[in-house]
Design a protein around this ligand. Sequence first.
Ligand SMILES: *[C@@H]1O[C@H](CO)[C@@H](O)[C@H](O)[C@H]1NC(C)=O
Length: 282
Amino acid sequence: MKFSCGTRFAFLALFLFALQSVCVYAGSFHKDVQIHWGDGRGKIHDNEGKLLSLSLDKSSGSGFQSNQEFLYGKAEVQMKLVPGNSAGTVTTFYLKAPGTMWDEIDFEFLGNISGHPYTLHTNVYTKGTGDKEQQFHLWFDPTLGFHTYCITWNPQRIIFTVDGIPIREFKNSESIGIPFPKDQPMRVYASLWEAEHWATRGGLEKTDWSKAPFTAFYRNYNVEGCVWANGKSSCPANSPWFTQTLDKSGIDKVKWAQSKYMVYNYCTDTKRFPKGVPKVCT
Ligand SMILES: *[C@@H]1O[C@H](CO)[C@@H](O)[C@H](O)[C@H]1NC(C)=O
């Protein structure tokens, strides 16, 4: 059999594509995480460890944590949230260090009554202090399919993205005295829990336990970072996330998300900060 030039090119392209797929890091829930909470309410559904579900009923929620700790990294997962009446439920994906002076970077999805939008809550804690909340509604229904949520944490900035669209950037502003998470390794966590009081504006809506158990799905867990071991971190070579910035188009996307979908911004909450909004905002 003789291959035409076109066919040979197609084989080459296929080969390069296959090679690339092998090189791209892809995580496995079996290998990378422990379901540390929920007494059987968290489950991995397949041999490759691509799909995991967490559930919540009246007696408990559930959650998983990464086996490794990271000092800087990129944590990405696809999530499909609790459908229908999810009021009072909170589904999370976040990074957190232990202790009372902890650092934390949060995605938290606050459920709502049927037909009303979820709120995506984001926050950054440094040394136990958060108070940097920005909340969004999404431009899609997060219960109908999987969407990709990603936290990029590097020495210069933290970037939150949804389906590849940056919605928030928290810059390292240590030069003006704003603490930045930079010396405590964090683990990746996810959970589904009940927070009726917090998540529904002071308990305005009640969790409808007749709909329990509530279930959220996580897929394609993909975390790469500077792994912390024996008091030291080692970063993988050639990691684009380590120096990632937002270019003009990235900044425009953040502006788009914030102008169209942001429903709360600590930086404009003058009632909460009567003496002036935090310095990091200005
Ligand atoms: C539920 O939906 C209403 C709008 O219909 C919205 O004002 C409220 O913030 C939502 N609650 C949460 C927790 O997202």
